[in-house]
Ligand binder design. Sequence first.
Ligand code: 13P
Length: 269
Amino acid sequence: MLKKQSKTYPLFWVKSMKRRPIIAGNWKMYKTKDDALAFIYAVNVEVPDKEKVESVICSPAIFLRDLVKREGENLRIGAQNMHYADEGAYTGEISALMLKSYGVDYVVVGHSERRAYFNETDETVNLKLIAAVNQDLTPIVCVGESLEIREAGTTDKVVKKQIEKAYLNVTSENALKTVVAYEPIWAIGTGVTATPEQANDTIIAIRKVLEKLYGKEVSEQIRILYGGSVNVKNVDSLLAMSDIDGALVGGASLDPNSFLTLVRAALKK
Ligand code: 13P
């Protein structure tokens, strides 16, 4: 299917690229153990073939073990945060090494809520990205601008800096093992979704930064997701865009039917 484009973009490129879509649910600090188990039993046999779409649930750390045990053939489990050290005197923290030892496959890094409330910085995002890749976890690296920045017209500049700092000292081989999530802060949990064009334009700008860092061949292969009030109604129009390779979803990932609708929508990519 030819993807809609919001900017002039060479046609041969659009036709040639094939990045497997990802739908990642970010449960944030929601659900009890019983809720989490009910969810996994409802979805794990229903999610589509993982070769066609990567379906991921990023759960609170306390549920990870139970979910990994029951993830089934096609669902994968991710954490929402990690520490960048493999071990150490960091009370309350969990390392990439520990996550991997429990069979976790993905980890969200640098979510705007962690940047805002838990002192996550571009520097720690960079260290976590490297530590995750070193342990064979796929980091979902979050970037995105505030409403003030969007209104000031400096979004591309701000996300460029976030990407450059996140990927400092990261080789192209390791960059290929990462996923980016563009999540404008003003769209998170607000019900105000970026328009497909807005999201696609910023994602194209992010891919250009990755191209500058790693060249076109690499940047074309890195998946870039959109996040921010994605739901069953708007997912199709977002995923129809040329450079949006999937979604990082908060609220709409909590309900099994809604999550399944989102992953099935990605099959059309
Ligand atoms: P919502 O989908 O609830 O807006 O949350 C987006 C998000 O922050 C995913 O990481």
